[in-house]
Write a protein that binds this ligand. Structure first.
Ligand code: NAD
Ligand code: AHE
Ligand code: ZN
Length: 368
């Protein structure tokens, strides 16, 4: 079949809207009509050329929601008409990662996914007979896409696509980082570096689990109002203090219990670790840093009881946890609507990247 898609032909180039060819689902695969997709900073990161796994031409996008159109041989858990959220972290429930309760990082299809290919090593997308790569196993910047069955969460049918698409990455990553990965306790003091589409969800997750002090740190004061609405109790603009780490340690009487880096800046990752309380503070890296970048600190920071950790997809096991998070949204336990600051058709997708780079959006959602 033909499908409209925004194609990334090369690093740093704007996306181009094209009619591409899409082959139907093979064994264990599912054809999905994407109804809406968010644009995450990670899409911009890969488009910039900073992603070591970035390869072109590709169809980016990994934060979608849609409807099953067709299933390939052997698919048993999904049928046409089911509402689904694509999962860049699949859940096969069989590999040694899925069988280990310490991780959500199913590895059953990770190597082909990282090469932009389906599990059998080929692509379903092509243009003029030349293959176009998949991205993060999802390619939600295409109106129709093919995914492995294990990379789809089946969700309730009364949930709006234009909101729950955000659960495909940002919402789950932020809330999950707090609730699943770090298991923040009630009464905790939390610092959140970067108040974008991920950081604001860390804030709402921290509030949800009962953190009492939630300190947001961002260079852009335009983020303050929304962050307060989501539960931020204190704001620090690094441009207005001499020493961010010293300031955070001072205002918390020794440091924070938990910190989250939601930017992808290795210097800020160090600050996030070092503002943690001696003896027990734990820092979680959420932000994705560019190729070749490395983190550093004095080992003494760890010797004296701070821990450095990280999270992918908020530690969520997609097929199990994503339907629950959709329920949380539908039950009013978490908010999504206010974080979706812009909506637009696929034709305007490059505007979503411009708004993100200008710091004007939290999430832009493309509606097909
Ligand atoms: P975003 O662009 O919406 O937000 C980034 C925020 O950081 C902005 O508010 C910006 O003003 C602020 N900022 C930038 N530099 C800063 C600095 N030096 N000090 C303080 N604030 C600064 O991005 P996002 O969509 O929220 O994504 C954030 C990061 O999380 C990205 O690196 C993205 O790739 C990553 N991410 C990781 C996962 C995961 O599973 N680990 C999932 C999704 C996104
Ligand atoms: N491909 C990059 C790393 C990108 C990365 O870390 N991706 C996160 C999800 S970001 C979602 O917005 C992730 O899940 N990583 C785990 C994984 O297996 O990809 C690189 O450095 O090569
Ligand atoms: Zn993302």
């Amino acid at each position: 079949m033909k499908t409209r898609a925004a194609v990334a032909f090369g690093a740093g180039k704007p996306l181009e809207i094209c009619e591409v060819d899409l082959e139907g689902p093979r064994a264990g695969e599912v054809l999905v009509e994407i109804k809406a997709t968010g644009v995450c900073h990670t899409d911009a990161f890969t488009l910039s050329g900073d992603d070591p796994e970035g390869a072109f031409p590709a169809i980016l996008g990994h934060e979608g929601a849609g409807v099953v159109v067709d299933v390939g041989p052997g698919v048993t858990s999904l049928k046409p008409g089911d509402h689904v959220i694509p999962l860049y972290t699949p859940e096969c429930r069989e590999c040694n990662f899925c069988l280990n309760p310490k991780t959500n990082m199913c590895q059953s299809i990770r190597s082909t996914q990282g090469q932009g290919l389906m599990p059998d090593g080929s692509s379903r997308f092509s243009l003029d007979g030349e293959p176009i790569l998949h991205y993060m196993g999802c390619s939600t910047f295409s109106n129709y896409t093919v995914l492995p069955e294990i990379a789809l969460a089946k969700v309730r049918e009364d949930a709006p696509f234009d909101k729950i698409c955000y659960i495909g990455c940002g919402v789950t990553t932020g809330i999950g980082a707090v609730a699943f990965t770090m298991k923040v306790e009630p009464g905790s003091t939390v610092a959140v570096f970067g108040l974008g589409g991920i950081g604001l969800n860390v804030i709402q997750g921290a509030k949800m689990v009962g953190a009492t002090r939630i300190i947001g740190i961002d260079l852009n004061p335009g983020k303050v109002e929304l962050a307060k609405k989501f539960g931020m109790t204190d704001f620090v603009n690094p441009n207005e203090v001499d020493d961010v780490v010293g300031h955070l340690i001072e205002i918390t009487g020794g440091g924070v219990d938990y910190s989250f880096e939601c930017i992808g800046n290795v210097n800020v990752m160090r600050q996030a670790l070092e503002c943690c309380h001696k003896g027990w503070g734990e820092s979680c890296i959420v932000g994705v840093a560019g190729a070749g970048q490395e983190i550093s600190t004095r080992p003494f920071q760890l010797v004296t009881g701070r821990s450095w950790r990280g999270t992918a997809f908020g530690g969520a096991r997609g097929r199990t946890d994503v339907p629950r998070i959709v329920d949380w949204y539908m039950d009013g336990k978490i908010q999504i609507d206010d974080l979706i600051t812009h909506t637009m058709p696929l034709d305007d997708i490059n505007k979503a990247f411009d708004l993100m780079h200008a710091g004007e959006s939290i999430r832009s959602v493309i509606e097909y």
